[in-house]
Design a protein around this ligand. Structure first.
Ligand code: GDP
Length: 385
């Protein structure tokens, strides 16, 4: 009997000791669960702001007994410096190089430069979309100068041709991008053009150009007709830390543009870059819409730069479109895209002459940094190989 009591006492003691050890451990485990991190996002910033699509919402923190680690900050791209981009991308002009550069050089270096040879030179220039006016001028000047020049070495001919092509590209035009803020407001850059020309992609690449040049950028997705356009723009922006102001799908483009400039001013960014819609259904519709966007933006200050995006592969068609835009808004610069996919590099010459507006940037591929500031000497040098 005594043994029975002793055994019972041992069992009771064991139970009491076990409970005393387990309960505090459970409690301490519960105490170490960290609270979920605060949520960050566009909507949380208040109704007045529609910015924030580029900000990532971190996932809920897992229940863990270890100290919470800081939420991962998305790594930003460091865009390539803009100087030297055309040199890096010169090989992309290969198709224009063989049609224009090498083609012309081989005709010019013939022993006899007769009328047939000059017809061939003219043909090459016209095929490359140089345009009739510029072609006639270039051929006339080359004819005179090669006559005066007795010996015609390959080097001399190359230099001569380069000079004439550079002159046709009007090297004295001001190609600076007006993206410098004033003391009280950001610079405003509007990007216009027909859908499909590479307008939204160019806005994204341009944000990178500006960031590479040390500017802070806010994007305005005023192409509210294509939902994907705003997403596309926000994705480009988020890669370089530029936020995007966007409105509801189908909303008023002018109010998005206005909001972007307003927020850009409040946030003290250097440049506000506005992507616009480019449906060319009816000229009147486009005029109304673009004109309104511009007018509404100008309530807060002037638009510093209006860039027209043109697809180099569309040739004369592109020029017709371009004229419509220049009638509606005061275009201050041209961006020629897709020069990598065409043998018609001479379009740079005809676009400038026809529109009287400088080509400021050229698109030479689909890569993020395949947009280069245009430089006549470097361009011709790449064409002539
Ligand atoms: P949007 O409708 O005018 O806004 O046109 P997007 O920006 O959506 O571009 C249309 C297509 O053109 C996309 O596939 C782009 O990658 C392409 N694109 C834009 N610029 C260039 C360029 O310089 N070279 C090449 N090869 N493709 C380009």
């Amino acid at each position: 009997m005594v043994y029975l009591y002793i055994a019972l006492a041992v069992v009771v003691l064991a139970i009491v000791l076990g409970a005393a050890l387990v309960v505090p451990r459970r409690r301490s485990g519960r105490l170490q669960v960290p609270p979920p991190p605060p949520r960050i996002g566009g909507e949380a910033e208040g109704a007045a702001s529609s910015v924030g699509t580029a900000v990532q919402v971190p996932p809920e923190a897992p229940v863990a007994t270890e100290a919470p680690s800081a939420p991962a900050v998305p790594e930003l791209d460091v865009p390539e410096p803009t100087a030297g981009r055309l040199l890096r991308l010169r090989a992309r002009l290969a198709r224009s190089q063989s049609s224009l550069g090498r083609g012309l050089l081989s005709v010019l270096s013939r022993d006899k430069l007769d009328d047939d040879a000059w017809d061939e030179v003219e043909e090459a220039l016209l095929t490359a979309d140089v345009g009739l006016g510029a072609t006639t001028e270039i051929v006339d000047r080359l004819r005179t100068r090669t006559k005066v020049l007795g010996t015609r070495s390959q080097g001399e001919l190359r230099a001569l041709l380069a000079e004439e092509l550079v002159a046709a590209l009007q090297p004295d035009l001001d190609r600076t991008l007006h993206s410098t803020p004033t003391s009280d407001r950001p610079a405003v850059v509007m990007v216009v053009g027909v859908n499909g020309t590479g307008k939204t992609t160019t806005c994204g690449k341009l944000a990178r150009v500006l960031v590479a040049d040390g500017r802070t950028v806010l994007l305005g997705a005023a192409d509210t007709f294509r939902a994907a356009a705003a997403d596309q723009l926000a994705t480009w922006g988020s890669r370089v830390g530029a936020e995007t102001v966007r409105g509801p799908e189908g909303g008023d483009p002018a109010s998005v543009a206005f909001d972007a400039v307003k927020q850009g001013t409040e946030r003290e960014v250097d440049t506000v870059l506005i992507d616009t819609a480019g449906r060319l259904h009816t000229k009147v519709g486009l005029m109304d819409e673009l004109g309104k966007v511009k007018r509404v933006v100008e309530r807060q200050g002037p638009v510093d730069e209006t860039l027209l995006v043109l697809d180099a592969t569309t040739g004369q068609n592109g020029l017709t479109q371009a004229r419509v835009f220049t009638e509606v808004v005061d275009v201050t610069g041209i961006v020629l895209t897709k020069l990598d996919g065409t043998a018609k590099g001479g379009i740079v010459i005809s676009v400038q002459r026809e529109l009287g507006v400088p080509v400021k940037l050229i698109g030479l591929g689909e890569g993020a940094d395949d947009l280069a500031p245009f430089d006549p000497e470097q361009f011709v040098d790449a064409l002539l190989g």
